[in-house]
Write a protein that binds this ligand. Structure first.
Ligand SMILES: [Zn+2]
Length: 360
């Protein structure tokens, strides 16, 4: 017994590495952009901003908040489908937990969705790099098979939770520094409020909302309107005007020698979305809340042919409304009427059924 105590205890090499302070990312934390490139996979290769140029500023802004520790910020993105933002958000979640040592919640509409998301999006995104190696070697491990990644360190563990927000019982007391809410329009409003309370104890308390908007003035669209309302403006080299392409659709679509291209609605010169810039429509009125509207037209990685084909196929008003939501990032309720007092009154008066109004 005594003899054994005299020998230095054989250490787990991975654990030793952590105890000696040799963090997998070194003393100098890499910026978010570099982390995304090194650690996050998008398709076959590493994450890239090429063809998704508008994401660069969003990533830089989030990086700045984390680096400077700016408290209580909200960043909301009203987006078209498949613009690459979920990949960026997953990268942000991993970066915040692994590098910035924060507790992160990634919330999705329901647990089932969250499980599938965890299986299909988060884990495959870990490339065969420092992060994946550290997890494999046991420095960091998934503490639970579902929805929870643990990032231990000298200063204790940090967690990334991937959770469905419909069932909040399984996460009732978890404190968070960064709250990411994906597809907010499908999250129950009461649970949205609950998720905000998770940030109460945090000095950072950063909220990131992202979704395809469905209802004008509600959900992610309301969050966009509360922020500084950034639009991606593309300059025309012909006449010098700048255009928010989604607002001009389909006036910016042009066919030339059998090829589709984006063109200036004023002078007809070709437009390059890559050359655009973010400009706030409501600067200074937002109390530090930043919001972006990112349509598919601003993302060359999504082929214009695909967008145009969807537009061609959408003939009915409801289909057109769906196109406006998912491609242009301009919420349109289409045939989905919101339930209003007036509508109830009409139904009560005209329909052969009984509806009673709840007293106001
Ligand atoms: Zn022009």
């Amino acid at each position: 017994m005594r003899e054994r105590m005299g020998h230095p205890r054989k250490k787990d090499p991975a654990l030793g590495q952590i105890l000696q302070g040799d963090a997998p990312f070194g003393a100098e934390a890499p910026p978010l952009g570099a982390f995304l490139k090194e650690e996050i996979r998008a398709g076959e290769r590493g994450f890239t901003f090429r063809g998704r140029e508008p994401l660069r500023e969003i990533a830089a802004h989030l990086d700045g908040i984390l680096r400077l520790g700016l408290p209580g910020r909200t960043v909301s993105v009203l987006k078209g489908a498949q613009v690459g933002l979920t990949t960026l958000a997953i990268g942000l979640a991993l970066y915040a937990a692994a590098v910035r040592r924060l507790n992160v919640g990634y919330f999705l509409p329901d647990q089932d969705f969250a499980d599938r998301f965890d299986a299909t999006r988060v884990r495959p995104l870990l490339r065969g790099s420092k992060l994946a190696r550290a997890m494999r070697e046991g420095c960091w491990k998934g503490a639970s098979p579902k929805g929870l990644l643990e990032f231990p360190g000298l200063d204790g563990s940090r967690f990334l939770y991937v959770l469905g927000l419909r069932d909040i019982g399984n996460a009732i007391s978890l404190p968070l520094d960064l709250l990411i809410r994906d597809e907010v329009d499908d999250l129950p409003p009461g649970n949205l409020k609950w998720s905000e309370d998770r940030l109460d104890a945090s000095r950072l308390a950063l909220t990131v909302n992202l979704a395809v908007g469905r209802m004008p003035g509600e959900g992610i669209h309301a969050m966009y309107l509360r922020g500084d309302q950034r639009r991606w403006l593309v300059p025309c080299l012909g006449c010098g005007k700048e255009w928010a392409l989604e607002e001009e659709w389909p006036g910016v679509l042009k066919e030339e020698e059998g090829r589709l291209l984006l063109a200036c609605p004023g002078c007809g010169a070709a437009l390059s979305p890559r050359a655009g810039r973010w400009a706030a429509a409501a600067p200074g009125e937002s109390g530090g809340e930043r919001s972006y509207r990112l349509s598919q037209l601003a993302v060359p990685a999504i082929g214009l042919e695909r967008v145009a084909a969807k537009w061609e196929a959408a003939r009915l008003p409801g289909e057109r409304a769906r196109f406006r939501c998912s491609s242009l990032a301009m919420p349109d309720a289409g045939e989905m009427q919101p339930l209003t007092r007036a509508l109830f009154r009409r139904l009560r008066d005209e329909a052969p059924c009984w509806l009673e109004e709840v007293p106001a």
